[in-house]
Design a protein around this ligand. Structure first.
Ligand SMILES: *Cc1c(COP(=O)(O)O)cnc(C)c1O
Length: 363
């Protein structure tokens, strides 16, 4: 990020699955802002005792506008939300500061640039202040071609100029960058950057990492995943040659096999698509998941780890000895991306913060 740019630590979706209660206090101590998707997530941050300015980036339903203080800023991309914010101001006396979300080609959220003058008039009529302007890129993560991002950036520049003219003043907060944008395009930093996945120690995508390496070489940014996911061996099963394992009998033993049963399943976020595909670490060695992943249990083949015992640590995600399993690997094996794999980790899994750097370990 550029010096002088303020950092909004994105802690939506249970802090990308890492745990809001564990991550947000650490993020609040190191970042200027916290960014979330919903009003309820903003209230949760306040209940955790955090007083940082908060940016609500997602949709706002009318019923969600309550118990929000004046340090909670809101992305506005519809006339309805503008009106509801006006009603909230009249009923509570609290005017939530507005950041105009401008659509520059993502076609997800945001006003057309041509609406800026008219939106400014409505906001003024409702007694609301526009303190920021923002956009979000459509195609920075998934590609090595960044022409579309540059076009979006140019359109955003026009929108910022239009808003300045309309308000006859500078706009305090101008922001467009997510992790990939901030990593690859310094010029997207403006004065606030909304950083999610890279804060948790993950590259947004292989393409982002490749683009970085092509532009800067291998050195410079080293991202270390903050989260590890561990469990223990619950019990063993002995399977004779030819016997099958689990629901649907999808795995058949080609040798006398010792299975370890683990108390983790797809309800915890270990995707069922990983059945017969993924590996976990036992005794510092990768061992295969065999049979279908069940709702709350799964089986792994530990025949080649004879010393394994009930209660031994099993690493589902993270390092053990010299071996590692990454979120990227599990995401790819289950047909998704690291973002989805991480934020689907069940909030019910106990999380423990370990290490000085506030490394978050989920067990
Ligand atoms: C989630 C989100 C971000 C953060 O994106 P990362 O790729 O995780 O850095 C930034 N801006 C908006 C609007 C978002 O929804």
């Amino acid at each position: 990020m550029t010096r002088g740019t303020k950092l909004a630590a994105v802690v939506k979706a249970n802090a990308y699955g890492h745990g809001t209660a564990e991550v947000a206090p650490f993020a609040a101590a190191h970042a200027d802002w916290l960014a979330v998707h919903t009003a309820e997530e903003a209230r949760r941050l306040r209940r955790l005792g955090l007083s940082s300015p908060v940016l609500i980036m997602g949709f706002m339903a009318r019923g969600e506008l309550h118990d929000l203080d004046a340090d909670v800023h809101v992305f506005v991309s519809t006339d309805e939300v503008l009106r509801w914010l006006g009603e909230y101001r009249r009923s509570s006396g609290i005017s939530l500061p507005i950041h105009l979300k401008i659509d520059t080609g993502t076609k997800r959220q945001g006003f057309e640039r041509s609406r800026i003058a008219d939106v400014c008039r409505t906001a003024a009529g409702e007694g609301l202040s526009i303190v920021g302007i923002a956009t979000h890129f459509a195609n920075i993560e998934d590609t090595l071609e960044h022409d579309f991002a540059r076009r979006q950036l140019a359109l955003f520049g026009d929108a910022v100029a239009a808003l300045r003219r309309e308000l006859s003043s500078d706009v305090p907060y101008v922001h467009a960058a997510c992790s990939a944008a901030s990593l690859l395009f310094r010029e997207t930093d403006f004065n606030l950057a909304r950083i999610g996945i890279s804060m948790y120690g993950h590259w947004p995508s292989r393409e982002t990492r490749l683009t970085w390496i092509l532009d800067h070489g291998r050195n410079g940014v080293k991202l270390e995943p903050a989260l590890a996911w561990r469990t223990v061996i619950g019990q063993f099963q002995h399977v004779a040659t030819g016997e099958t394992v689990g629901y649907g009998r999808t795995w058949r033993a080609l040798r006398a096999t010792r299975l370890a049963v683990l108390p983790v399943g797809y309800a915890d976020g270990y995707a069922r698509a990983l059945s017969n595909r993924a590996r976990v670490l036992v005794g510092g060695r990768p061992v295969p998941v065999v049979g279908r992943v069940c709702m709350n249990m799964m089986m792994v083949d530990v025949t080649d780890v004879p010393e394994a015992a009930v209660g031994d640590e099993v690493v589902l995600l993270g390092r053990q000895g010299d071996a590692a399993v990454t979120a990227e690997e599990l995401a790819e094996l289950s047909g998704t991306i690291n973002y989805e794999f991480l934020c689907r980790l069940s909030p019910a899994i106990p999380r423990f913060v370990v290490g000085d750097a506030g490394e978050v370990a989920a067990r």
